[in-house]
Design a protein around this ligand. Sequence first.
Ligand SMILES: [Zn+2]
Length: 254
Amino acid sequence: MQLKYEQSFLRAAKKVQQLTNEKDIEKFPLPIKQVIKEDDGVFLLTYKQTAEINKCTINDVARFGKSNEAFHIQINGMNFIIYNDEMYYKRLRFTLAHEYGHLKLNHSGTSLNHTKTFRDTMRVKLEEYEANTFASCLLFPLNLRYKYRDYMSIPEIADLFQISESAASIAMKILDEHLHNGLEEVISVYEHEQFSTYISYLDELLQDKIEYLQSINEEYTNWFHEEYENYKQEEQDRMYKEVMDFNLIHFTGY
Ligand SMILES: [Zn+2]
């Protein structure tokens, strides 16, 4: 995984951890609508309700939000998640958690008023990845992935956490990647603080990678500097020799 994506993964996972601690979330499948409704700063509206309020059609709402599923907007400092409640139930849960993630992670999204630059496109891509990670970790927490990994199949996990099989499968693949990178050495099935152990493992892993990249960068800079110094010396020697040869030819008569 690219470093930027790893940083985003950790940022989203930490936000979920913070939320889980604040709200004392223990029940699964997570009642996502209830969690959002209990958040004072966020309001939920269906496409139908939004159409009624604005005296327009559901299609107009979808066109405005550029999505057939859901979008979020801010009006007078209030955050709204507007969603299409006719969506397949498990997908709807993920979509709501995804939009909630955008709000909780203070994403800037795309502005309608300016031309998109390459930087904007990259930022939006990372924000989408972060929102997906947030949704995935909120609905199917990292520590529970670890806990159930040997006991449950993908369809059973999808059923228990009310997520799609593809979401369950991606979540378990990420766990495999973390196990492959040494998670097993720090985490134990018996401990209670699995979530924070998991997060600190991700933190350390990322820190190690950053330090490694910094050291490579330093080495490269040193190498470049040395090469440049060598080059400068060689160039000086060559010029000196040229001048000496010139002197030899022109002033000594040889
Ligand atoms: Zn999104």
